[in-house]
Structures are given as C-alpha cells and as structure tokens.
Design a protein. Structure first.
Length: 415
C-alpha cells in the first residue's frame, strides 16, 4: 500500500511538472506570435473633420486603416459621381438634415457606396462595422440608390433621411451579419425604400417609409425582426418577403399601398405577422403565396377593399388567429366613412392545413371566409361574423366553402 502511494504521488508530480512546462512554452510561443501580429499594426483610428478637406471623397480617403469617425459639416454637397467608403470600423456622421448629399448624376449611379477595398476582385471580401448617421441623401429619377452597401457586416444606419433617389433608398447586398436600419425616414424613392438581399439577424425598427415603390423587400434572408415602422402610401407593395424564414413583423402600421400590404413568397417558413394595423390597402392585406408554418395573429385589418388575407395553393400549415377584420364602424349605428366597407376577410385558394380561430369579421362587403378549389383539413372555430355582404345584401354568405374538407364549430354569425 505504501509503495502504491509513492508511485501515485510520483505520477502526479510528473503531471504537474509537465503542465508547468506546457504553460511556460505556450506563453513563450504566444509572445512570439503576439510579437509577429504587432509587427504590422493598423494605423490608429482617427477623427476626420470633412470640412477641412477639399471635398467629401478626400475626407473618406483620409480614414486610416484602423477606422475612425468622419464628421460631415452642414451644407449642400452636390455629387456627380458616387462617394466611396472602403474602410471598416468607421462611422460617418452628419448634422441632421442640414447635411445634404445631393446626387446629380443621371447615369443610375448611387450617391454613397460602402464596400471592402478588395470587393471588386473578391466577391467574398467583407468589411465590418460601418455606421451612417444623421444626414440626408437625395437624388433624381435617373440617379441610382441613395446608399449601396455591398458585403458590409454589422452595417448600422440610423437617423438618415433618404429621398427621391432613382434606385432603392437603401440597398444592402450580401450584408450578411446583423444589419440594422433604425430611426430613419425613407421616402419617394423610385424603387424600394429598403432592399435587403442575403442577410440574417436583421433589425428594421422605428422607420418611416412613404411613397416608395415598395417599402421593404427582404430576399434570401432569415431572422428579420421588423417592428414599429410606419409604412404609408406606397406605389406598389408594402413589405415583400421571399425565401426568408424565422422572421417577425410586429407593431407596424401599413396603410394605403396601391398593391398588397405584406407578401410572402418563394419558400418562406416559420414567420409571424402579428399586432400590425393593416389599413386601406387597395390590393389586399396579407398574401401568403408560398409560405408554410406561419402565424397571422392579433392584426387589425381595416378597410382593405379587396380582401384581408389570401392563402395560396403553394402555402399551407397556417394559423390565422385573433385578428379583427373591420370597416369604419364606431358604434351606435355610425360608420366614420359612409361608403366604405371592408372587402373579403380570408380567401383560401386550394390550400391545406389551415386553422382559422377566434377572429372577428364585421362590416364585410362580401364573405368573411371563402374557399376556391379543393382545400383540405381546414378548421374554422370560434369566429364571430357581423354584417357580411354589405355590397349586395343577401348575395354573399358569411362562409362560402363549397369544396373544402373542413371542421366548423362554435362560430357566431349575426345579420
């Protein structure tokens, strides 16, 4: 037993010695590696006063490799070719709308381009942490995007006014990691206010979008978090989401689009549309063209003249719960808008596996729920329907589901 103890103690002593030597060796080599890294330091970050340079491009070119803060002075700066920022870890900050970049080019070029210096020869090159804040970018019908960012990870745009550009207001291409667009006003752009292609963990929060072609387009992305935006008077659609999953639209106001308020298409899944006000849209409220496993809940669909929700033949496994589809009724037999009623509530077009529960349909011009084609496994439970067929009394049923395979329970229909 004593011999065993001695051997055990000797064993642990050897292990301890080896660990101490390993720490010393790693520390030594680590110092050498660290020295090698320090041998090529980045130039330290700097504060650049753009007012001290002959033009804004010269100020952007002066940003050192380590990044910095570029302060734009107030004034009107007319651009005949795009400004180009190729540095990462850089913030460009103006003096609010008093700093105005005006794109005078009529060649379809952007006002401001953000990209890695090697992007032209290496499409995989990405820059990190570029921020834009507190200035205005405008253009003309023949100019390009207001801001074009290519391959910028953690791009952050806040407090910008982006208007009247001939392309998209803000165009994010392959800004894969964590793009954030917040507290900006994006208006009157010929294409989308915000166009996002190929990003994830996206935040679009507290912005104003008005009279762009579309407000927001999110294509080939995932984890879009779009909250608290005001979307008004768009010339085509409000929010267009394609091939995007795991995303949420909540707390937005989407009003008076000439097209459709929200479209989901091309293999969307696992998305939620919740607690939005979707009002006065000429083409309809929510159009689920190719979407599965999605929830549409607790939204207010008011005076959408065609219909509130469409679930197309390429979509399915959808829950439609706790929404209100209404006209302008304010009680005591009074409507705020005398001649306007909501169109149709929900249209199912050859779709399967749909639960429609706990909704209120009131003041509908036509049906509350209608099905076209053969729909299967449809559950309609606990809905309240008041005043349907307002456009032609007695012509339209509350529920018109002639070919649907369905279960209906505990729905209330009042004249």
């Amino acid at each position: 037993m004593q011999s065993t103890c001695r051997l055990s103690g000797s064993f642990w002593t050897r292990i301890l010695v080896r660990q101490i030597l390993a720490v010393l060796l790693v520390g030594g080599f680590g110092s050498v590696a660290g020295a090698a890294e320090v041998a090529k330091p980045k130039a330290p970050a700097a504060v650049i006063d753009a007012g001290k340079f002959p033009d804004l491009q010269a100020a952007l070119n002066a940003v050192p490799e380590g990044g910095g803060l570029v302060k734009l002075p107030p004034g009107r700066f007319e651009l005949t070719k795009p400004l180009l920022l190729e540095r990462e870890d850089t913030r460009v900050e103006g003096c609010g709308a008093a700093t105005h970049l005006i794109n005078k080019s009529e060649k379809g070029e952007p006002a401001l381009i953000l990209r890695h210096k090697d992007r032209a020869k290496d499409k995989k090159a990405h820059a990190w942490r570029v921020q834009l804040a507190d200035f205005r970018v405008s253009g003309n019908p023949k100019s390009g995007d207001g801001v074009l960012a290519e391959g910028i990870n953690e791009v952050y745009v806040s407090g910008l006014s982006v208007d009247h550009n001939g392309g998209h207001g803000i165009n994010l291409i392959d800004c894969y990691e964590d793009p954030r667009i917040s507290d900006s006003i994006i208006t009157y752009n010929v294409k989308a206010g915000l166009n996002i292609i190929g990003g994830h963990d996206i935040v679009v929060n507290a912005n104003q979008f008005e009279e762009n072609q579309d407000a927001v387009r999110c294509i080939d992305c995932y984890n879009l978090c779009m909250n608290g935006n005001n979307i008004d008077d768009h010339l085509r659609d409000g929010v267009v989401i394609e091939n995007t999953y795991g995303s949420v639209l909540s707390g937005n106001m989407i009003e008076e689009c000439r097209g459709i308020a929200v479209i989901m298409d091309r293999d969307c899944y696992g998305n939620t549309i919740s607690a939005n006000v979707i009002a006065h849209n000429e083409g309809g409220g929510v159009d689920l063209r190719d979407a599965h496993g999605c929830a549409v809940s607790a939204n207010t669909f008011v005076l959408n003249y065609v219909r509130g929700i469409v679930v197309g033949p390429e979509a399915g496994r959808i829950t439609i719960t706790g929404n209100n589809f209404c006209n302008s009724y304010i009680g005591k037999g009074i409507k705020r808008r005398k001649d306007d009623d909501a169109g149709e509530g929900v249209l199912l077009k050859g779709t399967n596996d749909i639960a429609i529960t706990g909704n209120v349909f009131s003041g509908m011009a036509r049906e509350a729920i209608r099905a076209e084609g053969q729909c299967k496994r449809i559950v309609i439970v606990g809905n309240t329907v008041v005043e349907t067929s307002k456009s032609a009394p007695g012509k339209f049923k509350a529920f018109d589901l002639p070919e649907a395979e369905m279960e209906m329970h505990n729905n209330t229909v009042a004249p």
